[in-house]
Design a binder for this molecule. Structure first.
Ligand SMILES: [Zn+2]
Length: 260
């Protein structure tokens, strides 16, 4: 009996030790997260529910206003009103700043949405030229529209449902709304029609760009070409291989033309 109590005591003690370590570690992680996503950026514009933070001191309020106007107008035309949002957009001045603030390791990310704090962190860009640095097919406004669209999905569906939405639908819908193509259309379509895995998976970067390209293509086919309703699109579990096969033959026989 006594041995059992001792055993129980040791067990409770070991659990308490774990909790004692976990609490400061969790606290430090939260502090680090908050610091990383805020420090070093100046609030430049706060016209509605979207606050713009910019690190580049050479950028004026008018430069940000111009990007903000493009973003708001483009989303408004698609029925998305950014005045309903409560979100911070953080425009980084270097890739290092982006990796640090977004807490990611991969510099191939152009932007990232952190739902926990409603922060959107954007990789290095040329704000005055509305261009992403190092990504020839991307404008800054495209990337911001894509990320705001993630916020829109989490509002329309709930954060939980948006988070667990299939990745190709989630990214495909945002690319579709942003009218953004990670790779050129001719290049992407020839990869898609050939469906040669050795080409598609040649490098991690091509694989990643191809994933975004085909996600938008599938979304465009379903929502734009077949006129599937948003709710049905979200809840239907598509067989991706069969869907891609269907799209390939629709393109080949001229029934569907992908014109992004
Ligand atoms: Zn995305």
């Amino acid at each position: 009996m006594e041995e059992r109590f001792k055993k129980l005591g040791r067990f409770i003690l070991s659990q308490l030790k774990k909790i004692a370590i976990a609490i400061p570690v969790a606290f430090l992680a939260v502090v680090l997260y908050v610091q990383c996503t805020k420090i070093g950026s100046n609030l430049m514009l706060e016209p509605s529910g979207v606050k713009w933070y910019v690190s580049d001191t050479g950028v004026s309020k008018d430069d940000i206003q111009a990007i903000s106007d493009i973003v708001n107008k483009s989303l408004y035309e698609k029925g998305i009103d950014t005045r309903d949002f409560d979100v911070n957009i953080i425009l980084c001045n270097s890739t290092n700043e982006f990796l640090w603030k977004a807490l990611v390791w991969d510099a191939n990310n152009q932007g990232i949405t952190r739902h926990l704090l409603d922060n959107i962190v954007i990789n290095k860009s040329s704000i005055k030229e509305n261009k992403m640095d190092g990504f020839e097919n991307s404008s800054l406004s495209d990337i911001i529209i894509h990320e705001l669209c993630h916020i829109y999905l989490s509002k329309r569906l709930s954060k939980w449902d948006a988070y667990f939405m299939e990745s190709w639908k989630n990214e495909g819908f945002c690319e579709y709304i942003a009218e953004h193509s990670t790779i050129g259309v001719d290049n992407g379509l020839s990869l898609f029609l050939a469906n040669d895995k050795s080409e598609i998976e040649k490098t991690d970067q091509i694989k990643n760009l191809y994933f975004y390209f085909t996600s938008r293509l599938k979304t465009d086919y379903l929502l734009g070409h077949k006129n599937i309703q948003f709710e049905e699109f979200v809840k239907t579990e598509y067989d991706e291989v069969a869907l891609e096969k269907e799209i390939r033959s629709a393109i080949m026989n001229g029934e569907y033309e992908y014109m992004p």
